[in-house]
Design a protein around this ligand. Structure first.
Ligand code: NAD
Ligand code: UDP
Length: 319
């Protein structure tokens, strides 16, 4: 039995990692300040004697003996990470340092939840891990993109300078049950809007692309990366390489919800990447991983989840 720390463990992805780790028989410490996460996400785990929740800000140092750390604390949705951009950068930077110091002290392995956003508005397509990216350092997305890039830098500097055992996963757009109705990202927005009979808010002309990965596929890839041989310290893309335009996604959601909602166009936010698709050759080669849930199946499962949630009031408004 390992002692596993999951920062951001009350969030969409973190809660599912906690669940998978408990299922594997480990002791799980979930550290979260509930900034965008919620106790509801981990309510079903709280009765497990191997589960512990600590309400804590990852910007503050903490000392607990652990074997593995999944550093997932950070708001991930643009409206949330842009609401307090200075704080977003602090969370990425100080959170990474605190978790790297903790890993160093206890000889733990530490994983950073990095992101496809480190590629910015990519000029290389699909994105390989060797691409250095195209980020506007002064734009409204930079607090997240540059924060995550700085965190990666810290991970590689701790690895080179102190021999810290690191893992870096670059996560591409992931969706699924457990997202907050008010999360603000496109899949949850469209499903919540379609179920409520509201217009689907397409930003720009909807021709920008994303490649949507179902939560369970993503978390499986993450766990395989954590358990990969020690030389797998390089960044690894985890995502679904099937690419869709935002408009295509809207049409799939309308069809699967059988909603009569219309599509309306809202302004495209600044620096919104025009295309995004992971090259997952590394994940295939080193983790023997590729996603198995395709968009329609995953969206159907997510629709079922939000249909159930509809009676519960959402804590945050969609933008
Ligand atoms: P989320 O917003 O649901 O979860 C983030 C969690 O971190 C929340 O529970 C929140 O309360 C917590 N948190 C935020 N600031 C904190 C702080 N200072 N101290 C402690 N806890 C804090 O988002 P998510 O989709 O689950 O994303 C989790 C991680 O994965 C993030 O680091 C995100 O950048 C990364 N990621 C996610 C995606 C995706 O598509 N879901 C894509 C790329 C990267
Ligand atoms: N988007 C949209 N309508 C929404 C929310 C998002 O058209 O209600 C678009 C957004 O402009 C972007 C894409 O969908 O082009 C994915 O946005 P999301 O916030 O989910 O993720 P990210 O931009 O971080 O990839």
């Amino acid at each position: 039995m390992k002692r596993i720390l999951v920062t951001g463990g009350a969030g969409f992805l973190g809660a599912h990692i906690c669940e998978r780790m408990l299922d594997s028989g480990h002791k799980v410490i979930c550290l979260d300040n509930l900034y965008t996460g919620s106790m509801a996400n981990i309510a079903h785990l709280s009765g497990n004697p191997r589960f512990e929740f600590i309400e804590w800000d990852v910007c503050d140092p903490i000392d607990i003996a652990v074997d593995e750390i999944y550093n997932f604390a950070c708001p991930a949705s643009p409206p949330h990470y842009q609401a307090d951009p200075i704080r977003t950068m602090k969370i990425s930077f100080h959170g990474a340092i605190n978790m790297l110091d903790l890993a160093r002290k206890h000889g733990a392995k530490v994983m950073q939840a990095s992101t496809s956003e480190i590629y910015g508005d990519p000029l290389v397509h699909p994105q390989t891990e060797t691409y250095w990216g195209n980020v506007n350092s002064t734009g409204i997305r930079a607090c997240y993109d540059e924060g995550k890039r700085a965190a990666e830098t810290l991970f590689y500097d701790y690895h080179r300078q102190h021999g810290t055992n690191i893992r870096v996963v670059r996560i591409f757009n992931t969706y699924g049950p457990g997202m907050n109705a008010g999360d603000g990202r496109v899949v949850s927005n469209f499903i919540v809007q379609a179920l409520g009979g509201d217009d689907l808010t397409v930003y720009g002309d909807g021709s920008q692309t994303r490649s949507f990965c179902y939560r369970d596929d993503l978390v499986e890839g993450i766990i395989r990366l954590m358990n990969a041989p020690d030389h797998v310290t390089f960044p690894v893309n985890i995502g679904n390489p099937n690419e869709f335009t935002v408009k295509q996604l809207a049409e799939v959601v309308l069809e699967l919800t059988q909603s009569k909602s219309r599509l309306i166009s809202l302004p495209l936010p600044q620096d919104d990447p025009t295309q995004r698709c992971p090259d997952i050759s590394r994940a295939k080669e080193f983790l023997d991983w590729e996603p198995s849930v395709q968009l329609r199946e995953g969206v159907l499962k997510t629709i079922a989840y939000f249909s159930k949630q509809r009676s519960e009031p959402s804590r945050l408004e969609t933008r």
